[in-house]
Ligand binder design. Structure first.
Ligand code: G4P
Length: 288
């Protein structure tokens, strides 16, 4: 389910996150490993201020492994710990507690040196809809206590989930809005399934997807279509797919909209394999 983000929703979501921030030591920023930038909130740093943060690249099972490693190095260079996990199958989750412990190490060492026993690390999950927040909370809680659904404004008493030995996690995530001003980001969110109901733009999304594949994964595109060369014109490729799959209209012409749906669906279903849609830009040192 996607929700429309109007200014009122955004203000409310921000207010709710700001309230919860006061309760925690560490933020777990959940993003889709395939699109770590496009699935982040544009104002996250402004909203969380100086709060310690771990970036969790979720759905790592769907992303290009090599690119995910590059992202982890990229974030590390910016002083941001990042870990790759698969919340659905519960893989790599131990890295989350480890990263949080590392962030708090200095503070807790200081407490210990004064003879005080550090309390549990308190954390919350933050992210845009569909990045897997509920799935991760359920996994970490090992039972179904996290609520699914993305409606900002569903409030209830805060509960803490004990994770491992040192961590306590808020049972409700903070939900923020995606970057929707940039059309390319919108296409990437659609191709990874973060935005689902953009049926009207299906042909544009498929066209973007085909061009993206041509530029970044040409071999995959060729073997998916079982051809040696793929047209550079996405419209021609859509026509080719329509004919190949028998997606024709009543005049026996290619049904472009069903061909477009096929492209988007099969990219989302990983029929072309694991892929990343955002790549680190090592030249971008602007926020260092
Ligand atoms: P949210 O709370 O952030 O909104 O996300 P939620 O947990 O509801 O997860 C969104 C979708 O992503 C779910 O699919 C969920 O199963 C899937 N997902 C979560 N973590 C992972 C992961 O590590 N790997 C993979 N491959 N998928 C993951 P769904 O309910 O089936 O929805 P749909 O998007 O398939 O329709």
């Amino acid at each position: 389910m996607t929700i429309q983000w109007f200014p009122g929703h955004m203000a409310k979501a921000r207010r709710e996150v700001t309230e919860k921030l006061k309760l925690v030591d560490v933020i777990f920023e959940l993003v889709d490993a395939r699109i770590p930038l496009s699935s982040s909130n544009p104002m996250l740093e402004e909203i969380i201020h100086q709060k310690r943060r771990v970036i969790i690249l979720n759905k790592a099972d769907t992303a290009d492994e090599k690119t995910t490693k590059e992202w982890i190095d990229y974030f590390a260079k910016k002083g941001l710990p990042a870990v790759a996990v698969n919340a659905q199958e519960g893989k790599g989750l131990f890295k989350i507690e480890q990263a949080a412990e590392k962030l708090m190490e200095e503070k807790f060492d200081r407490l210990r040196s004064k003879g005080m026993k550090p309390r549990a690390i308190r954390a919350m999950i933050l992210g845009i809809p569909n990045v897997g927040k509920s799935t991760l909370i359920n996994r970490l809680a090992k039972k179904n206590i996290a609520r699914t659904g993305n409606k900002p404004g569903v409030t209830k008493a805060q509960q803490w989930i004990k994770v491992g030995k040192t961590l306590e996690l808020l049972d409700t995530p903070g939900i923020l809005w995606p970057k929707f001003e940039d059309q390319e980001i919108g296409y990437k969110l659609a191709l990874t399934g973060a935005i689902k109901d953009d049926i009207l733009q299906m042909e544009e999304i498929a066209g973007y997807g085909l061009r993206f594949l041509e530029n970044h994964y040409p071999d995959r595109l060729q073997s998916w279509l079982k051809v040696e060369t793929v047209s550079e014109d996405p419209i021609e490729t859509l026509a080719f797919i329509a004919e190949k799959r028998g997606l024709l209209d009543r005049y026996n012409d290619p049904d472009y909209s069903r061909a477009a749906e096929t492209v988007v669906r099969e990219i989302r279903q990983q029929k072309l394999g694991r892929m990343s849609f955002d790549f680190p830009n090592w030249e971008d040192d602007s926020d260092e």
